[in-house]
Design a protein around this ligand. Sequence first.
Ligand code: HH2
Length: 267
Amino acid sequence: MSVEERLQRPAVMGIVNVTPDSFSDGGVHHDPDAAAAAARRMVDEGAAIVDVGGESTRPGSGGVSLDEELRRVIPVLERLEGVPISIDTAKSEVARRALALGAELVNDVTALRGDPELAGVVADGNGYLCLMHMQGEPRTMQAGPRYADVASEVAAFHEERLAFAVAAGIPEERVCLDPGIGFGKTPAQNFELIRRLDLLLALGRPVLVGLSRKSSLGKLFDPEARTATLAASLGAAVAAFERGASIFRVHDVREHVEALTAAGAVR
Ligand code: HH2
């Protein structure tokens, strides 16, 4: 099945961060029972898939060890049999274990640049794949991001990464692309990426966006903001939907399902 068939537009991906330090929900789902209950609730609220992650990628974050990441996510995945799962990881061993436990999609914020084994694991496991653009690395990415033309550079990056994934044996129709909102971008660059989403869509793959609670939205109201309100997140998601985004990675599932269903009805 292709990504478009499996995650029909608009599809909502619920976020379950099993971390103590995520930028907007750190610590909320650190206990495996609480995390699994949250994931099931998101599916009840209309999420097409739930993205489970054990490593925060917030600006300034330094990463976690393989053992720690496995210790965080495996107990959650073991409690989620039958729930559609995406694993948010850049580590091949985490992805391999997650796919064996039934995960469908690997969400890699490094777009297969972090771990040389990951592409093979996704190919062998017949997983769907999300490739995300990031300039730099989480520890330093917000220190002066630079682009000559952000939208065309992100599209060119994805053209190259998609070809890399396909060469590694991952069928093109199983891949979706993400501009990586907030990953080495100023607020203005993030908004430009959404405004010019057609450049990314021209590659012919579904586009996933993660705008939920991101500080670029909060900074519209408070220059010191590190997160954003639900209302601002919904407005941005609908704007991205109108420009062709398909999959929405969000913390507040029910509200996004309602907003996007309404936006879809108007179309
Ligand atoms: N954003 C975050 C993490 N993973 N994956 C994709 N594909 N796209 C995104 O925009 C994206 C992502 C950051 O958000 P969050 O998971 O809420 O926080 P943290 O990284 O601090 O855990």
